[in-house]
Design a protein around this ligand. Sequence first.
Ligand code: HEM
Ligand SMILES: *[C@@H]1O[C@H](CO)[C@@H](O)[C@H](O)[C@H]1NC(C)=O
Ligand SMILES: *[C@@H]1O[C@H](CO)[C@@H](O)[C@H](O)[C@H]1NC(C)=O
Ligand SMILES: *[C@@H]1O[C@H](CO)[C@@H](O)[C@H](O)[C@H]1NC(C)=O
Ligand SMILES: *[C@@H]1O[C@H](CO)[C@@H](O)[C@H](O)[C@H]1NC(C)=O
Ligand SMILES: *[C@@H]1O[C@H](CO)[C@@H](O)[C@H](O)[C@H]1NC(C)=O
Length: 324
Amino acid sequence: MALTKHFLVVFALLLVSNICDGQGLKLGYYRKTCSKVEAIVKKETTKIITTAPTLAAPLLRMHFHDCFVRGCDGSVLLNSTRTTQAEKDAVPNQSLRGFGSVDRVKSAVEKKCPGVVSCADILALVARDAVSVLKGPFWKVPLGRKDGKVSNATEALNNLPPPFFNITQLKASFASKGLNAKDLVVLSGGHTIGTSHCSSFTNRLYNFTGRGDSDPALDSNYATRLRRKCSPTDVRTLVEMDPGSFKTFDEDYFALVAKRRGLFTSDSALLDDAQIRAYINRQVATKGSTFFKDFADSMVKMGKIGVLTGKNAGEIRKRCAFVN
Ligand code: HEM
Ligand SMILES: *[C@@H]1O[C@H](CO)[C@@H](O)[C@H](O)[C@H]1NC(C)=O
Ligand SMILES: *[C@@H]1O[C@H](CO)[C@@H](O)[C@H](O)[C@H]1NC(C)=O
Ligand SMILES: *[C@@H]1O[C@H](CO)[C@@H](O)[C@H](O)[C@H]1NC(C)=O
Ligand SMILES: *[C@@H]1O[C@H](CO)[C@@H](O)[C@H](O)[C@H]1NC(C)=O
Ligand SMILES: *[C@@H]1O[C@H](CO)[C@@H](O)[C@H](O)[C@H]1NC(C)=O
């Protein structure tokens, strides 16, 4: 009898821990309070990306930047105040855009369920839907994030990996967020979509070691081609990160990196770790057989970094750029 009871308790605990995702996020969190939220976000995001396909990439990147600074708490969406410079005004924001799109989706959700759905959750859903619209993978997003009240530019600078990081630094940066080497290579695959400013990689093209050379880790033909697009001081021009298919979410990124055509030092550096290199080669050899599934898994994991959950943490912002 006692044994049965004990067994039932253990069984119930297992069930609960299965339903409630790590740190209190769960699937269907808004089922009772805003059952249409995912449909609304999907409809609005699809409208936005269909009209402007280049917005998908910055929206995915925005979720990454949100999660790496103070956890996925919508802090990336906050505007600067009189006393504090916000994350969006930090140097690594380089070109973050799409804030207006998030506001638009938030407004549509507010119309149906005012004051219920956090901006952090909306951003996580928008990022997911943006990737799907570009024919990428789909994943279920555990929800229940609360919005934070602080956004600090210095913290963005300290927590976001810059494009010139080497493999040791990249692994350390991801590890500090609870992400492993596999998450690093898989999520770097996000660079299959979008564009970059020349200034994020011109250091690799000109006088890399002070002998008028380019980065030896960069394919020299590719370097020549990039030099034609980017003068040493160009801060305006945008370059496709996955030339030819930067508006399609596919596995091409790994073929590029394997051919030493990754745009950033951080892309090239992935080849410097044997385990990571093996992953890249496997995706190339199998036409990305596991990439979509892996990306979905790592996005869910990234989406759980440092989340605020429960009654006493954070708030549900009314407008994403401002604390209530
Ligand atoms: C591994 C460390 C990473 C570094 C060092 C890095 C760095 C960068 C840089 C420098 C840019 C170009 C910004 C510009 O000059 O306009 C960029 C763009 C981008 N990144 Fe990353 N990134 C990293 C990881 C990620 C992750 C984890 C994701 C998402 C899963 C991501 C998604 C993107 C996307 C989609 C763009 C294109 C944005 C656009 O088109 O505006 N990146 N990244
Ligand atoms: C908030 O910041 C965004 C992006 O920097 C800007 O476009 C917008 O005008 C700001 N909103 C207000 C009300 O200041
Ligand atoms: C922003 O973060 C930095 C680094 O953690 C800290 O030194 C600074 O005091 C913060 N600024 C504000 C206004 O809180
Ligand atoms: C990014 O930061 C710069 C200052 O470093 C600022 O001028 C620019 O408006 C910011 N971009 C966005 C989208 O907020
Ligand atoms: C990476 O950069 C750090 C800091 O500059 C340096 O100490 C380390 O030796 C570098 N590691 C590799 C593998 O290049
Ligand atoms: C390249 O770098 C070296 C060492 O920093 C410097 O002396 C030289 O003037 C640079 N050359 C050009 C063309 O900038």
